[in-house]
Design a protein around this ligand. Structure first.
Ligand code: CA
Length: 244
């Protein structure tokens, strides 16, 4: 296989991670947003109700979720349970906000799949530190999963060490970017990857690239892969998934 070299832009801006904050008290929600966004590496979306949170989580895949347990109507425990039951948000870090008095609620929250909890009233900086710790754990887990050197499917053979890709025995020419895109999709096979995550992990820190260009690259990669191209599925509204 032949790999073209590509030029990287020198001016780089780190893509921000998206955190969904579910909190019905506007003052607290705004305080969390301000604190988390101060570092410049996190972008916060707010949802005031559990229903709104579930809607938002289908519009985009948050990198982490801060979830108040005491919400009107659909409470935080139910929201957590539903998020965990969905394939797309099954492993997103969820940090619960709970009242000091409700130990039973915290235990139930951990039982339905929350990763961590912070007790109200809380220090916003501590909450921010917990969010960053959760994001680091995800990153480490992704790196562990990435250890595959050769992927062998029914038609597709990808040797990441040798930088060689073939379909039905014929070698395929990919650009460096297409190769990295394929590698990241395969490393995370059977998981939905958002365009934002693909941009961050495959393109790195380029500032000017738009999420639409992910679609263009995916389209080209799919067509080059020919009969194996349909292993890259479009997940409407969310992103892409490499299926085995
Ligand atoms: Ca509340």
């Amino acid at each position: 296989m032949y790999v073209e070299t590509s030029t990287m832009t020198s001016e780089r801006v780190r893509r921000r991670r998206r955190v969904l904050v579910v909190e019905d008290e506007p003052d607290i929600a705004e305080l969390i947003k301000r604190t988390l966004e101060r570092g410049g590496d996190l972008q916060v979306d707010l949802a005031m109700t559990g229903e709104a949170a579930l809607d938002k989580a289908t519009e985009f895949l948050p990198d982490a979720i801060i979830l108040d347990l005491n919400l009107p109507r659909l409470d935080g425990l139910e929201v957590c349970r539903i998020l965990r039951s969905r394939e797309t948000s099954a492993t997103v870090p969820i940090i619960m906000l709970t009242a000091r008095t409700s130990e039973a609620e915290r235990i139930r929250g951990l039982d339905v799949g929350a990763d961590d909890y912070v007790i109200k009233p809380f220090s916003p900086r501590e909450l921010a530190a917990r969010v960053r710790a959760a994001l680091r754990r995800v990153k480490a887990a992704e790196a562990d999963r990435g250890d595959i050197e050769v992927y062998k499917g029914a038609r597709l053979l990808a040797d990441f060490d040798a930088v060689a890709v073939s379909v039905d025995g014929s070698s395929i020419r990919l650009t460096r970017r297409e190769f990295e895109l394929l590698r990241f999709l395969i490393q995370n096979r059977n998981r939905v990857l958002s365009r934002d995550r693909l941009l961050e992990r495959v393109w790195g820190y380029e500032h000017s690239i738009e999420t639409r260009s992910v679609d263009v690259h995916i389209g080209r990669l799919r067509s080059k892969l020919g009969t194996a191209g349909d292993q890259i599925e479009t997940v409407v509204g969310l992103g892409y998934r490499f299926v085995e």
